[in-house]
Design a protein around this ligand. Structure first.
Ligand code: PGA
Length: 251
């Protein structure tokens, strides 16, 4: 039994007051939802404001990135332990926007995952192919490289704290969702990679989320696929009603 995760990635939106208002509006809409892990990921500067509103609720707090050192002369960075200290239980690592715009590679993603796990955080580990890679029929190769690189050296015992998010880059913020079948095919492949790298038991247990233009009207179809265990939601997570509708996909 894999408990679905619905995570809202707020990206570079929402200062403190707006972030607090959004989560305050969300909490009552999802308070009776059981059997779904609900996560929101505001910007660093809004973490405290959001945390205040979710204490004692079923909504969990995530950051959108972290560094791989716990302290030191690394101006501008934030350590995983500092995120835990700020109330985060989760952290997104390797989002395609970080890979695309901030030079993150499988190697840096791997260091970040390792450090985040050491700090006790659950990692939302993002992977996904670009349109050019899909059109060149390289999707599976890219996913293999990203999964193998990102999880390099991560022991089987840590796998329970990893959630994989498959986000085809061409579907992020474009309104183009992968079809249910396209997403299922990629998810099944990713799960088979986990079998190869670890074992069947861990592969059966690991949650694999889909991300890329998930909306209230397409979430049901995606969630009905065997290997899709939740969603990483960008745009539709910025409004309480649309994110709640996605969280409540089963209702
Ligand atoms: P989107 O973003 O839902 O706006 O496509 C998803 C993501 O980037 O995590």
């Amino acid at each position: 039994m894999r408990i679905p995760v619905i995570a809202g990635n707020w990206k570079l939106f929402k200062k403190q007051a707006d972030a607090a208002a959004l989560v305050a509006a969300l909490v009552p809409l999802v308070k009776d939802t059981v059997g779904v892990e609900i996560v929101v990921a505001p910007v660093f500067t809004s973490l405290a404001a959001v945390r205040e509103k979710i204490v004692g609720t079923n909504v969990k707090l995530s950051a959108q990135n972290c560094y791989w050192e716990e302290e030191g002369a690394f101006t501008g960075e934030i350590a995983p332990g500092m995120l835990a200290d700020a109330g985060c239980s989760h952290v997104i690592i390797g989002h395609s926007e970080r890979r695309q715009f901030f030079g993150e590679s499988d190697a840096t993603v791997n260091k970040k995952i390792t450090a985040a796990l050491s700090a006790g955080l659950v990692v939302l580990f993002c992977i996904g192919e670009t349109l050019a890679e899909r059109e060149a029929d390289r999707t599976f190769d890219v996913l293999r490289t990203q999964v193998t690189g990102g999880l390099s050296g991560i022991p089987l015992s840590a796998l329970a704290s990893i959630v994989i998010a498959y986000e085809p880059v061409w579907a992020i913020g474009t309104g183009k969702t992968a079809s249910d079948a396209q997403a299922q095919e990629a998810h099944a492949f990713i799960r088979s990679l986990v079998v190869e790298l670890y074992d069947q038991h861990s592969a059966d247990a690991i949650r694999i989320l889909y991300g890329g233009s998930v909306k209230p009207d397409n979430v049901k179809g995606l969630m009905s696929q065997t290997d899709i265990d939740g969603a990483l939601v960008g745009g539709a997570s910025l409004k309480a009603d649309s994110f709640a509708a996605i969280v409540n996909f089963a209702k």
